[in-house]
Design a protein around this ligand. Sequence first.
Ligand code: ADP
Length: 160
Amino acid sequence: MKLAIYPGSFDPVTNGHIDIIERASSLFDNVVVAVSINSVKKPLFTLEERTELLSEITRPFKNVIVDSFEGLTVEYTANKNAQVIIRGLRAISDFENEFQMALTNKKLRPGVETVFMMAQAQWSFLSSSVVKEVASYGGCIEDLVPGAVEKKLKEKFSRL
Ligand code: ADP
């Protein structure tokens, strides 16, 4: 049974993430979307908000579950008995960091493979940060994120 972990901040989940989740769910028996708890990054959405949005959005994918973790992704992956970490690659700018991370993880846990999936062209410019920035100025994000995320972003920025 092939289990893959798709880790990330998902602050918040975008259409680009969903595309990767959908494609990964057709390649692997099961996919765990794992929300990282990172004490250094200051997320806009709480861990609960991020996991709730992801759970709602991934409900149609029967082999996808949502979880959260703290610490090293590769340790979390190995503890779940998963063989694969999935990462999305957008532009060349993602490459250097991802390359470094994948090689470090390989050194720590040689049995875990990082599998990169190219972003679809239509989402290759899309990031959670861009979505937050556009939303913070009241710009239209309806084609970039699911409706539930758009609603939550509007709530957040009207309260700030
Ligand atoms: P992290 O802080 O771990 O990079 P993100 O939520 O920003 O968390 O991204 C999680 C993963 O999803 C990363 O592998 C990232 O490259 C990928 N990703 C983010 N946005 C997109 C997108 N628009 N298309 C494809 N992959 C994406």
